[in-house]
Design a protein around this ligand. Structure first.
Ligand SMILES: Cc1cc2nc3c(=O)[nH]c(=O)nc-3n(C[C@H](O)[C@H](O)[C@H](O)COP(=O)(O)OP(=O)(O)OC[C@H]3O[C@@H](n4cnc5c(N)ncnc54)[C@H](O)[C@@H]3O)c2cc1C
Length: 386
């Protein structure tokens, strides 16, 4: 495998770097994520700028307004965005999950209605999969969809839905056959978040921010033309969404980790580090190199087969745990100053926020235990846990 950019890729990278240097507003540089991802008009304008420059939906087919590029271009894009510490396009769920799922399973009317508005960030999406009784085991979803003439009537509750408080549309996994169990009898719906009967309640996290929400559905009417895929075939559609969630995510995570390791090294240079701390920092840098090569391996598999392999689970698992270790190390280096918060804290409270936000990393997009099960079963060929 040749890890260097091809001449075309190198040109794309150089143009992107120049564009970022010229176009990223100073106020958004060094963006730390969290709830700041969707606060203020500036991030929406930035998303629009990415779209207008052709960087939204790079791998989407050209006929749907995408760039029609190979996945390597998306990987370069994610790397350069992380290095510039630029905020993501606001439509994280739309671009990464809703769009690819609609392209794979949607009707022509659904494609025409939604795809271009996802690219331009004119419409924001959320993912309504998890429920109080269905997280790791998604096949336990209970939110019901009852067919009445030309519409489904939805009742139930979703939880931990990122972006739901600013979303226009929701990818909703429902149980349409009340007598069904597990993977059968599920229907995937596209729900207008402004429909009567939809109530969103933000959940406050330990960072003090509210990035995700509970969504309550009370007799919400959803027209049958908003079914994505087949009635009763929701599980297959949900798997497409989850496959794309982890598709090129590994690259974005590795690039973000590279930035965090760099900041940790700067912190150690700035504040000093004991021999044990220096050893730990060096170990994190070495782990990062391993992760980068796993990301390249995953990318070449994706480019050959078009389907993300189980390496995505390795990357997510290793990144989330490394990210938590980095936060702990940084707070150790900050010593007493680690107790300070926000504006009183050194570096604007970057590391305190990092430490608190990173706790969720080993839960979101698959917990570490679930990812280890996937690696054990699909990579190592060990017997299934159940
Ligand atoms: C920041 C954040 C953002 C999120 N955003 C969204 C979103 O936008 N949309 C959405 O639908 N969901 C979202 N989620 C929810 C997330 O997908 C779930 O929290 C996750 O799948 C775990 O489900 P659970 O919380 O119900 O935990 P459970 O599944 O109840 O797990 C509890 C514990 O049991 C362990 N466990 C469960 N099953 C097994 C097993 N078979 N083997 C070994 N251990 C097991 C788990 O690892 C965990 O430690 C988000 C979560 C977070 C933290």
């Amino acid at each position: 495998m040749d890890l260097r950019d091809t001449p075309d890729e190198a040109r794309f990278r150089a143009e992107l770097r120049d564009w970022l240097a010229a176009s990223l507003p100073d106020g958004l540089r060094g963006h730390r994520g969290g709830a700041a991802r969707f606060e203020g008009e500036a991030v929406r304008e930035w998303s629009r700028a990415l779209y207008e420059a052709g960087y939204a939906g790079l791998t989407w087919p050209k006929e749907y307004g995408g760039g029609g590029c190979p996945y390597s271009y998306q990987a370069i894009f994610l790397e350069e965005m992380a290095r510039a510490e630029a905020p993501h396009h606001l439509g994280v769920i739309g671009l990464g999950m809703a769009g690819p799922t609609i392209i794979a399973h949607g009707s022509e009317a659904q494609k025409a209605r939604h795809l271009s508005r996802i690219l331009s960030a004119d419409e924001i999406w959320c993912q309504g999969f998890s429920e109080p009784g269905a997280g790791s085991d998604l096949s336990a979803v209970r939110t019901s969809a009852r067919l009445e003439a030309d519409r489904f009537v939805v009742d139930g509750q979703k939880v931990w839905s990122s972006f739901a408080h600013i979303a226009d549309w929701c990818l909703l996994l429902t149980r349409s056959d009340p007598g069904s169990e597990r993977h059968a009898g599920l229907t995937y719906l596209i729900v207008d978040m402004r429909s009567p009967g939809v109530e969103v309640r933000p959940l406050r996290q330990m960072t003090g921010e509210a990035e995700f929400n509970e969504i309550f559905f009370s007799a919400v009417e959803v027209p049958v033309e908003n079914v994505l895929g087949e009635v009763g075939g929701g599980w297959q559609v949900a798997m497409t969404t989850l496959l794309h969630e982890r598709g090129t995510l590994g690259f974005a995570l590795t690039a973000a980790l590279e930035v965090a390791v760099r900041k940790l090294i700067e912190l150690a240079q700035d504040r000093g580090a004991t021999a044990t701390q220096r050893d730990a920092i060096a170990r994190e840098w070495i782990e990062l190199q391993g992760l980068r090569f796993t990301a390249y391996r995953s990318l070449s598999a994706l480019m050959k087969t078009g389907v993300p392999g189980p390496e995505g689970s390795i990357l997510k698992l290793q990144w989330s745990e490394a990210n938590q270790r980095l936060g702990k190390l940084a707070l150790e280096l900050l010593a007493q100053d680690a107790q300070l918060l926000a504006d009183n804290a050194p570096y604007g409270g970057y590391w305190q926020h990092h430490q608190l936000r990173s706790r969720g990393n080993t839960i979101e997009a698959g917990t570490s235990e679930i990812l280890r099960n996937i690696v054990a079963e699909r990579v190592l060929g060990l017997p299934r846990s159940r």
